[in-house]
Ligand binder design. Structure first.
Ligand SMILES: *Cc1c(COP(=O)(O)O)cnc(C)c1O
Length: 234
């Protein structure tokens, strides 16, 4: 069994940061442009807390209850909380209460609910883009993305920042880059067509973070290669 304590957390964080540094360098980008988010689903609250003690500053959650439980177990302050899972419309109020960013907005109605219900700081929103056409159903079609951006950008209490993508897994670097390039181009198009200032691309997971950085990712969501195998996978 793996012993996962703060030394383990520091070592794992270093490994990922080294990968990020190398990828950022070969893309002639700056490390400060890329935020590391620990995708914490199915990891223990204690483990997440160790990673935050070791310097991790952003956590991504797929499930509301699991995320809230981990938040309550945290000893560290100043952690940024990102909701990256499917959104049920009857959960928008507690999601707005507990999170700083939401990456998985896939329809106008969800954004309108956040706009009406958010009571704290402006909630930062990303639209989940479907870059794989028929193969997955989650996310907004590329052809409809720019118009949805324009609609959401008008809402109060929320700030639209860009897109999230979760492409089908690919092993070839050049294949991994393609969906990320589509997302980057879609962001540029939405900005041009509607005069927006979208600045964020949430893309890149354990297996494709280098390709995502090459295509302009500003937020990586890393689970397995950061925390280790998920509890239920062990
Ligand atoms: C699980 C998950 C991740 C992290 O995946 P890994 O391959 O373990 O790095 C990232 N984003 C989302 C939306 C996830 O559900």
């Amino acid at each position: 069994m793996l012993i996962r304590n703060i030394d383990y957390a520091s070592k794992q964080l270093n490994k990922i940061r080294n990968r990020i540094s190398a990828a950022v360098q070969s893309a002639s980008r700056e490390e400060s442009e890329v935020t590391l988010i620990g995708a914490a689903k199915k990891q223990s609250a204690g483990l997440c807390d160790e990673f935050c003690r070791a310097g991790l500053r952003a956590i991504g959650e797929n499930f509301l209850q699991e995320g809230v439980a981990r938040q309550q177990a945290m000893t560290q302050q100043d952690i940024q909380w990102h909701y990256i899972g499917r959104i049920q419309s009857n959960k928008t109020r507690p999601i707005a209460q507990h999170f700083d960013w939401v990456h998985s907005v896939d329809r106008l109605k969800i954004a309108q609910r956040f706009s009406a219900q958010n009571e704290g700081q402006e909630l930062q929103l990303l639209i989940q883009l479907n870059v794989d056409d028929e193969t997955t159903k989650a996310g907004v079609e590329l052809s409809k993305a720019a118009e949805l951006c324009a609609q959401i950008a008008e809402l109060n209490e929320v700030q639209l920042r860009g897109f999230m993508v979760i492409p089908q897994p690919q092993s070839e670097f050049s294949e991994q880059r393609k969906p990320f390039a589509l997302a980057r181009e879609a962001l540029e198009q939405a900005n041009q067509r509607y005069g927006l200032n979208l600045d964020s691309l949430s893309m890149g997971m354990s297996n494709d973070l280098e390709a995502a950085i090459a295509e302009g990712s500003t937020m990586l969501r890393i689970g397995t290669d950061l925390f280790g195998p998920r509890i239920t996978d062990e």
